[in-house]
Design a protein around this ligand. Structure first.
Ligand code: 3PG
Length: 220
């Protein structure tokens, strides 16, 4: 598995905090129905590990990541649950080293040059850029690329269907993460048809931004 290749193929990482693990399968089915075979389930709720486990077991073709990994214990729980990759909002070298020692890819977060320096010191070049919108958006990423052309970014935070295209137009942007298509109110209401429609719109935006390159998606 090459995570950068897989994430670039998808273009979008739907990020979700699930209150109920039983929502995981209808959610990934809705995302897949819209053309997105990827999800990041965050450790912001106690249901995270069970939700990841359900996706791994019942929808093995979906690329399932574990997000908001702040501690080595959460990294271990995500690995036991079957996550394919980990994501963190910040750069914690202890968590990064631990995850890599356990053989799982991790996309740690950065938003300053000094944090990028710390990541590069551990040979990490695939980095979440968080919080992308509030910190300065596409202009800020372009400023970072000058001194750091080797870094590949996954902008997250403040991404919507309206600005997705401008982020994806930057070649160093591998994929964008976001919650706009996995809204808590829609999931709680069981509006999975709505989620599917948002996913379909998002895939169309990826295709438009990338000139028709197929957004891959993992077969179910
Ligand atoms: C994340 O966890 O990556 C962010 O909270 C997602 O940000 P968003 O809700 O603005 O998409």
């Amino acid at each position: 598995m090459n995570l950068e290749t897989d994430l670039r193929a998808v273009g979008i990482i739907p990020v979700v905090a699930l209150d109920r693990a039983e929502d995981a399968l209808p959610l990934v089915d809705a995302l897949s129905g819209g053309g997105l075979g990827c999800v990041e389930i965050t450790f912001r709720t106690p249901a995270a590990a069970a939700a990841i486990g359900a996706v791994r077991l019942h929808r093995p073709g979906v690329l399932v990541g574990a997000g908001t990994i702040l501690t080595t214990a959460q990294a271990d729980a995500a690995i036991e649950a079957g996550a394919s990759f980990l994501v963190a909002p910040g750069f914690n070298p202890v968590v990064v080293r631990h995850s890599l020692s356990r053989g799982i890819p991790i996309v740690p977060g950065v938003c300053t040059p000094s944090e990028i320096d710390q990541a590069l010191a551990l040979d990490m070049t695939l980095l979440k850029f968080f919080p992308a919108g509030p910190i300065g958006g596409v202009a800020y990423i372009k400023a970072l690329i000058g001194p750091y052309p080797m870094v590949r970014f996954v902008p997250t935070g403040g991404i919507t269907i309206a600005n997705l295209g401008e982020f994806l137009a930057v070649p160093q942007v591998v994929a964008c993460g976001g919650t706009w298509l996995t809204r808590a109110d829609m999931i709680l209401a069981g509006d999975f048809a709505g989620v599917e429609a948002l996913a379909r719109d998002a895939v169309a935006a990826v295709l438009a931004a990338r000139g028709g390159l197929a957004a891959t998606l993992v077969e179910l």
